[in-house]
Design a protein around this ligand. Structure first.
Ligand SMILES: [Zn+2]
Length: 457
């Protein structure tokens, strides 16, 4: 079977025809695609906010990821114990693009009190070489479309992309709106040069807009209101989010909330998976699979659905937040991925056609002054470090080191306290050094972008 036939058979077999038909076909443009680059098309996709253990492609009972499952059936390699190096969108993408761990690239929260009401982040250092720049130097045209507004140009993450598009906000813009942007970018692509396409699909990120109903999860009206803020940007003091994370919600109500959050999140995962199918279909429609393709799909972080007393994501390194999928699908034959924990940094090597480097698997999360304030001090105050070796995890939170055997205790419910290892001690020091380096000043253009996206007042 040729790669073209494989791509077509995927398109037909995966059950996304209804989605594919939603696109405006462009037969004339397809007929014009005679000149073909000889290098494979490289596609890097981040499914934002997707935790591995809620994907059917990783064994979850609900059908949340039929597209990923179909890719695996078509020969893609799937790894379900990959760990994001950061705890939220910005540091993890900075790691993915730079190949550096978070304390080394320094793109994360800053603790400056003056920025307490802002999303206090440090743009990526302009001197750090990025993946898109490397590929551009190799003759690739570089195109990026982000459904997550955190990846605004001023974040420093669009560097190296000839065409970089960022969503103005979550929700309705995504899905078809994102695919329209991908389609538009591909329409402008230079047919003589090989293509590197990056896409962030943010459909799994809250507030989880209503989607078409499915029969495997109850439908809920509107968007989830647990994180409502008042006019001053304060989370409602007696709203569900604050009461839950402060442990003030009675258990029957808490159980109901966890169920709704889980149902909405699972439905959003399926939405994210459908958008993935549509993006791949768009590439096929524009004949970008003609010279072969290498597709790498991963996530930047997961989501807490109430575990450990936490809702949302971004400030802790529990399994729910950091265990993500990693998939490689290569028309020249997908590589075999090593078993056991893998760092998400491997995605960068895989897109370059290299084997994942031997490296420690570890992550760092920085304290977040905004969350600390919003939660009334219940969340966001701690620096955290996690190191995975085999099924053993060392999790250091605010000076306390804990050991977990993930084979026995996959959700870290019964950790045992321990002395911090040398590696953890070194990471804590690296994180503190990185935090001290921060200037605490945010680029005004980034502030504007984040304000437009509703992150800032
Ligand atoms: Zn994210």
């Amino acid at each position: 079977m040729t790669s073209r036939e494989k791509f077509l058979s995927w398109g037909l077999g995966v059950g996304v025809l209804s989605l594919a038909l939603a696109f405006v076909r462009e037969p004339m443009q397809m007929a014009m695609h005679q000149a073909q680059p000889t290098e494979p098309t490289l596609v890097l996709i981040v499914l934002d906010t997707v935790r591995a253990d809620h994907l059917s492609a990783c064994g979850y009972e609900r059908p949340t990821s039929p597209t990923l499952e179909a890719l695996v059936q078509d020969g893609a390699a799937m790894h379900c114990q990959t760990y994001a190096p950061g705890s939220w969108t910005f540091p993890s993408h900075a790691s993915l693009f730079s190949g550096l761990e978070v304390p080394e690239h320094g793109a994360h929260f800053v603790g400056d009190q003056a920025l307490l009401r802002a999303l206090a982040i440090q743009p990526l250092d302009g001197e750090i070489p990025l993946l898109a720049e490397d590929l551009q130097a190799q003759g690739y045209q570089t195109r990026g479309v982000s459904g997550n507004p955190v990846l605004a140009e001023a974040s420093g993450l669009g560097r190296g992309f000839e065409d970089w598009r960022v969503a103005p906000g979550f929700g309705p813009w995504n899905g078809d709106g994102l695919v329209e942007q991908v389609t538009d970018s591909l329409r402008m692509a230079d047919l003589d040069r090989p293509l590197f396409l990056f896409v962030n699909i943010a459909d799994a990120h809250d507030p989880w807009y209503p989607a078409e109903e499915v029969d495997w999860v109850p439908s809920y009206p509107g968007t989830l209101a647990y994180f409502e803020v008042d006019d001053a940007g304060q989370v409602l003091p007696d709203g569900p989010w604050q009461r839950y994370v402060q442990g003030r919600m009675p258990e029957p109500e808490a159980q109901e909330l966890r169920q709704e959050v889980t149902d909405r999140y699972d439905r959003a995962l399926a939405q994210s998976d459908a958008t993935l199918a549509a993006v791949l279909q768009t590439l096929r429609d524009h004949n970008w699979d003609g010279a072969g393709y290498r597709v790498v799909i991963t996530s930047d972080h997961g989501e807490f659905l109430g575990e450990h007393g936490i809702l949302r994501h971004g400030r802790y390194l529990y399994e729910e937040n950091n265990r993500v999928p990693l998939l490689v699908w290569d028309s020249a034959g997908s590589p075999t991925l090593p078993s056991g924990p893998l760092s998400m940094l491997a995605a960068r090597e895989l897109i370059l056609g290299q084997a994942p480097a031997e490296r420690p698997v570890r992550a760092v999360a920085f304290p977040d002054p905004l969350w600390t304030e919003q939660s009334g001090g219940a969340l966001g105050t701690e620096l955290s470090v996690a190191v995975w070796e085999g099924q053993s995890k060392e999790h250091w939170i605010a000076g306390q080191s804990m050991q977990v055997d993930l084979a026995q205790d996959p959700l870290e419910l019964a950790p045992t306290s321990s002395e911090p290892s040398e590696q953890v001690t070194e990471r804590v020091q690296a994180a503190k050094t990185s935090a001290a380096r921060q200037t605490g000043e945010m680029d005004p253009a980034l502030q504007d972008a984040l304000r437009a996206a509703g992150y800032l007042e």
